[in-house]
Write a protein that binds this ligand. Sequence first.
Ligand SMILES: [Zn+2]
Length: 492
Amino acid sequence: MLDDTLLAAVVRSHVGPHARVWRYGHDNVTPMTIVLETAEEAVEHPVAVYWVDGGLPENYSLPSLTPAVVVFNSRYLEMAGYLRGLLTDDLSSTEQLSGIAEQACLEIMAELTLRYGDPAVACYLAARSLTVGRVHPLPPSLQDIERIPIDEMYMAVWFLPLLHELGHVHFENAGPGDPVVSEAYLDRLVDAVMAASFGDAYEQARGALSRGESFRSLSRDVLTVEVRADLFAVDVLLAATQRVMRQLGSAEGFSAERFVAENLMMFRLFHHMVIEYLAQVFAVDDTAVDGVRDAFLAMARHDEERMAAFDEGFVAAQEQCLDPMRRHNDVLLRLAERAADDPVVVHFVERFCRLAESLDVDSPDLQILADVVERPADAAGIIQQARMAFLVAWVSGPDTDEPFTVQAPDGQLVVPVYVTEADVDELTGAFGDRLAPGYALRRVAIVSPTEHNAMLTILQHLPESKRGRARVIFDGSPAFVRWLRSIAGRDR
Ligand SMILES: [Zn+2]
C-alpha cells in the first residue's frame, strides 16, 4: 500500500508543479461519491481518485499501483462539456458548427501536442485555433457545468471518462477474462475508427500511427483494452445514474433512450467511435447487433446533420495535426494581427504559454507567443523582428533540388536545421564527398519568424515519397540532442 504523500508526488510529477492536486474524499454524498462507490464495488481493487485543476486536458490512470491512481482533470471536464454543448446549443447554426468544432479540437490538440509532440507544431495548432474563425468561442467554466441539471447528460459528461479510467484499473487487476470482441470485429473497428477520424488523411495517419508518432496508438492490443474499459464504464454508469436519480427523487424520470443517446454522443466525441461500436456494446449477443444498430441509427438521425458538421471540423483539425501539407502558412502573423486589438485572443495565448511553462516546455516559437502576450500592441513588429535565417544543407544534381536528408537509425529521414554557418558547413563537408557523381551540397538559408514556417517550407521542397518519413529538427531542441545521440550510438 502506497501512502498519501507518495501517491500525491506521483500525480504531481505527471501534471506539473502548477496544477492544483487533491485526493477526492467521500465526506458528503454527491453524484461523484455515488459513482465512485458503484465503481469500487465492481473494481475489487483499492483506488485513490485525485482531482486535478489545470494542466493538460486529460484523465489518466496508473492501474498497477495499490491503491491504483485515477486522475480526474477539471480541464478535461470543461472541454467535454464544451464539445457536448456545441452539438446541441442553439447559439451556433449548423453552418457555423464545423468551424467552431475545428477551433475547439485544434485547441485540445495544441495542448496535448505541447507535452507529447513538437512545440513548434503545438504553437501552430494554438495559433490556428485562434485565427480560423472570426471570433473565438469561450468554453464554459466548471461552475457553468456544475449548474446543469443532474440527469443522463450530466452523468455522461462528468463521469463516463472517469469510469473509463476505472475500467482500466479493473481489467489490470482482474485479469483478461473472456474476450468481449472477436479479432475480425476488432480489425473492422480499427479501420472504421481510422476512416471516420482521419478522412482523406487516413493513409497518412496510418503511417504516423505505425511509426508511433501520434499520441494515441490505435494498435489492436490498445484498442481491445479501450473497448473493455468502455464497456465497464457504460455498465457502471448505467447503475450509478439510476442510483443518483433515485437519491434525488427523480428515478422515474430516468430514460434509457436518453442514457443511450448521451453516451452515444460522448463516444463519438472522444473516440470517434462509430455507431457500429455502440451496437456491439449494447447488444446482448451477436444476433442482436443489427437490431440495436438500427435503433441507434434512428435515435441519432435527428442530430446527424450537426454531428456531420462537427465531424468535418474534427477531421480538419486532425489533418492539420498529422499532415504538415494541410497546414497554412503565416498563421502566427495572422495571430499577431488579431492580438493587437482582441484581448480575448491575448488571454488564450497567455494561458497556452502558462501551460507550456508548467510543463517545462520551451521553444523559439513559444518565446514569440510569450512576447506577443507581453506587448500585444507591438505584435506585428515582434513577428517582423523574430525573422531569422534557418540554415539547411541542400542537395542538387540530375532531377534533384531539395533539402538534404540524413537517414536516422529508426528509418526516418532527418533534416537538421542550424543557426550558425559553421555547423551547417560541417554537415555538408562530412556528407559532400559521399554523394554520387553529379550531385553537390550547398548551404541554403530560409528566412522565417517561426520554426514552424521554416519546417513547412522545408517539407514543401521535399519530394512526396520522402515527406511522409521526414522530420525537421532544429539545433538546440531536445529532439536535436536525441538525434545526435542516436547517430553517435550507431557509429560506436
Ligand atoms: Zn483508456
